[in-house]
Write a protein that binds this ligand. Structure first.
Ligand SMILES: *Cc1c(COP(=O)(O)O)cnc(C)c1O
Length: 355
């Protein structure tokens, strides 16, 4: 820390991203990326001609991509807000809709970035524990008295709530924004986007990083009532109006055009998830029901950390969270069937057969 950093940031605990080691080639099942490449149209769009146009600023309004995305989601362009990854949309939502007398309200076990955004913007928090079996009880968020943030399906548990259950939360908080982070919704959930037409306090956030195979491009978006979107746009234009680069815009446009390609791969990942969960259960793991592209599982015999380390030694990366309620578990991203076969083989030698 330099002697110039202002005291208001002195105790900020930054988000710790999943490791991206470069020492050797790993089977990477630790950051919920897609194991599949972007669609052919994306590869074609990220071409020399687009690179040559890098001397020009991108369109700050992202008009073409906004129009395509609005059509795909069945909303109007004024309801769509695009950012450099969905982390940026979430950051702007915390900035805009919480603080002062409005705490941010979210579960104890969820996406780790929420508490960082709260700390960064000096927003008070009210942390609501998940039930002992890791389910999120929607009733815990009725009349929450602050901005509610729910990841659905939740991370790192993968557990899903229905749109009807979340509608109760949205309806019971008419004077506060409810943010539903749908980073993993394409892997078996029901999006709340249709409810944005009915509730002016709902903001739904999604990303191209997981189901759309574009984690490296950094592209995310929020959908909501046009006044909410105007507020977010005001903050974006006060920070970095050109936050989405030309190459990413071109990639995003092509990805929307080829939606079927991505939804097909999501179905494959869901099938691989079912098989992997079954195999791990047979090996004595306790596997939470997942509607995401990862599973959260408790190994027999070994601690979460011990399994994480042993797998890393064998060239397989998974994610381990050291907090008291999650330390017995590992989060495993669903890769290709061959990658999951390698995982299961490694786990078999490490944990042995139980039955
Ligand atoms: C991955 C993830 C994000 C952020 O994704 P971006 O790559 O910034 O779009 C947001 N929320 C959750 C719950 C995530 O898992």
């Amino acid at each position: 820390m330099s002697r110039f950093l202002q005291s208001r940031y002195a105790s900020l605990e930054a988000y710790v991203p999943g490791e991206q080691p470069q020492d050797k080639k790993y089977i990477k099942l630790n950051t919920n990326e897609s194991p599949y490449p972007p669609s052919p149209g994306v590869l074609a769009a990220v071409n020399e001609a687009e690179a040559a146009r890098l001397r020009l600023y991108p369109d700050p309004e992202c008009k073409v991509l906004t129009r395509k995305l609005a059509a795909m989601l069945d909303v109007e362009t004024e309801n769509v807000f695009l950012t450099n990854g969905s982390d940026d949309s979430l950051n702007f939502a915390f900035m805009a809709f919480a603080g002062g007398n409005t705490p941010a309200v979210f579960p104890d076990i969820t996406y780790g970035f929420y508490k960082v955004f709260a700390q960064l913007h000096h927003i008070p928090t009210r942390i609501v524990p998940l039930k002992p079996d890791f389910t999120l009880d929607p009733a815990d968020y009725y009349n929450a008295g602050g901005m509610v943030v729910i990841t659905n399906p939740n991370a790192p548990t993968g557990m899903l709530r229905t749109r009807d259950e979340l509608e109760q939360v949205i309806r019971s908080n008419p004077d506060h924004v409810v943010v539903i982070d749908e980073a993993y919704i394409d892997f078996g959930g029901e999006s709340c986007i249709p409810l944005t037409k009915k509730y002016d306090n709902l903001l739904v956030v999604q990303t191209f990083s997981k189901s759309r195979c574009l984690a490296g491009a950094r592209l995310g978006f929020a959908v909501g009532n046009k006044e909410l979107i105007a507020d977010l746009t005001r903050l974006k234009y006060s920070t970095n109006p050109y936050c989405i680069n030309r190459i990413t815009l071109a990639a995003g446009e092509a990805a929307v055009d080829e939606n079927d390609y991505y939804m097909g791969h999501c179905r494959e990942i869901m099938a691989t998830r079912t098989k992997t969960a079954r195999a791990l259960t047979e090996l004595g793991f306790e596997v939470l029901p997942s509607a995401a592209n990862f599973i959260f599982a408790k190994p027999p015999k070994l601690s979460g950390e011990a399994l994480y380390k042993a797998l890393k030694d064998r060239g397989i990366l998974v994610r381990y969270f050291s907090a008291p309620r999650t330390k017995d578990y590992v989060r495993i991203t669903i890769g290709t069937p061959a990658e999951m076969d390698a995982l299961i083989a490694a786990v078999q030698t490490l944990c042995g057969t139980v039955s």
